[in-house]
Design a protein around this ligand. Structure first.
Ligand code: PGA
Length: 246
């Protein structure tokens, strides 16, 4: 199973900055890279990014998507519209969406199902807060997020990003041992629920991944990639992280 290293740009980059980034990244990445790469630009740059990445080994991802196909949802972009642009991956349930935009587990579940409906691969983000970890409730929280998002079944390809909330954007990553332990529990849960299908799910680690620490996570047997925020904003740094997964 090839690792998936994903660049979540969040609310960063203009159209021009997107073009410059992708041109530089395409110079770095060989035609058949040892890991799978995906870039998640803001919606304003998605179509242009799709054009630039066409025929390249780098997949296009979206940071969010609405589960309804179309309708009166001012300001939203649907999974159906994303699929139309050639998007392959869509992030569902990122902790920033859960916390800042009040997304519930139920809504995340709808997004995951809609992604499959339109042929996209959801990257389902799960993770506990620091208070929850200190209270010894990390697995309880993650297990609940998993079962509410995937309760109905596994109906398509899936990536799970384990992102402890306290590690995101803080410069303080999880301890690799803790990430490994959580990934093992996630895998056991997936296989317990979905049998063989659970084995095909890639589990990423996310939260303050940088070129300097990427190898610590990407060498772990249960981790098949990374979801990278801040350190993915520079193509050189993103590619260095991807190489650590190779
Ligand atoms: P970070 O963000 O790498 O900046 O910590 C990760 C994420 O939010 O996916």
């Amino acid at each position: 199973m090839k690792s998936l290293v994903a660049a979540n740009w969040k609310m960063h980059k203009t159209l021009k900055e997107t073009e410059d980034y992708l041109r530089r990244l395409l110079e770095l990445v060989p035609p058949d890279p040892p890991v799978e790469l995906a870039v998640f630009p803001p919606f304003t740059a998605l179509a242009r990014a799709g054009e630039l990445l066409l025929g390249s080994p780098i997949a296009l991802g979206a940071q969010n998507g609405h589960p309804e196909r179309e309708g009166a949802f001012t300001g939203e972009v649907s999974m159906y519209q994303l699929a139309d642009l050639g998007v392959r991956y869509v992030i569902c349930g990122h902790s920033e969406r859960r916390k800042i935009f009040g997304e519930t587990d139920e809504f995340v579940a709808k997004k995951v199902r809609a992604a499959w409906n339109y042929g996209l691969t959801p990257i389902l983000c799960v993770g506990e807060t620091l208070v929850e970890r200190r209270a010894g409730r990390a697995w309880e929280v993650v297990e609940k997020q998993l079962s509410l998002a995937l309760g109905d079944g596994l109906f398509g390809p899936l990536v799970i990003a384990y992102e402890p909330v306290w590690a995101i954007g803080t410069g303080v990553p999880a301890h690799p041992q803790d990430a490994q332990e959580m990934a093992q529990r996630i895998r056991a849960w997936l296989c317990g629920r979905f049998g063989k299908l659970g084995e095909g799910v890639r589990i990423q680690y996310g939260g303050s991944v940088k070129p300097e620490n990427a190898h610590e996570f990407l060498k772990l047997p249960e981790i098949q990639g990374a979801l990278v925020g801040g350190a993915s904003l520079d193509p050189q740094s993103f590619w260095a992280i991807a190489l650590a997964a190779a």
